[in-house]
Design a protein around this ligand. Sequence first.
Ligand code: PLP
Length: 438
Amino acid sequence: MATAGANSLDAFWMPFTNNCGFKEHPRLFARAKDMHYFTPDGRAVLDATAGLWCVNAGHGRTRIVEAIQRQAAELDFAPTFQLGHPLAFALAARLAAIFPPGLDEVFFCNSGSEAVDSALKIALAYQRAIGQGARTRLIGRERGYHGVGFGGISVGGIVGNRRWFGPLLPGVDHLRATHGAGVPFTDGQPAEGAAFADDLERLVGLHGAETVAAVIVEPLAGSTGVLPPPIGYLERLREIATRHGILLIFDEVITAFGRLGAATAAERFAVIPDMITCAKGLTNAAVPMGAVVVKDAIYQAIVEAAAPGIELFHGYTYSGHPLAAAAGLATLDVYKEDGLFERATSMSEYFGQAIHSLRAARHVIDIRNLGLVAGIELEPRPGAAGARAGEIFHRCFDEGLLIRVTGDTIALSPPLIVEKSHVDEMVGKIAEVLARIN
Ligand code: PLP
């Protein structure tokens, strides 16, 4: 039997990682504060990705840290199956208040993936509750990322996440991706491409509306390279879904909590879905938590149709965990008191202009941005998709900058506390690395 030494890196099977490569050249973080990570030898690394699109208020915020510490000492855990504790209710009410009107019921879980699978199950349960039990079909979108549960990878549209895992959920179909709708180097939403939403009509025509339960999309696709929705696209999707009795789910695991300058992308685009999934920025990532925020009518229909007793046979041991709830409440306080959603809006112009200054840099073939998120797409090396961006990721880290790469796109989503000087540093370092790399 293999025995790993205390300092061995062998035993941790790292997620979405080239484990062999990492373990040969490990890059570790020891601590973090505000806009920076620090390596074990004390080197500062500027965080241009809010961890993994999640530390929206910046690292180590005292108010959040203290709330978690207090809560751990006060009530470490309480079941929420047939029991409760006050903070979970308080957080649900606070979320309902900042999410769009009518989305007033909150189902807690522990991650974005769980939020997605929960939302898909709620959609199926709702259709059945209103006598539409034949509506079992779920529609996602090509190039969509909805986490790694079987539901999420089924509606998701990333081949690498799907091809290993068998037939997935039955009865799933996909809208075409909106990528390429606009002209390259568009600042903000592409003007062309609303008609991509008509693909929902095509799928309704193919399968029959009476078989379709829900359609799920990221309002702005993040993980496949930052794809802002074409102007009018989400509105049209909403209209078609409503007309055919199909629930519309926005996966806002990345976009909720200020990334686009509002509490939700739904608010930012003024398109109200039937459910919103969220996670990440919900607790500033300090304690894992996800949630599905649901239209009241969906909750009411499921509760009223149920026999006396448990209405929805779904939930997690840690749904509404006290530490996560405490972190969530403190995080919402920080967002509000520091005006961070508004800050994302006020910084977005400077951020966008700075990112677009990379237009002339070597290898850059497109730049897309909205709010405080940007994708810088690079020409792939012939026969080696992703290799150039992967190398840039490592070089940037060594230069003291944390970026994210997805395929051959550099994705930037800094904490909302980012200053202009940080933006300059990000762009400067990326420009230098691009100039030197083949
Ligand atoms: N949905 C979207 C849109 C995401 O971007 C992500 C993660 O990046 C997820 C779901 C999955 O979240 P998690 O990794 O917390 O399961």
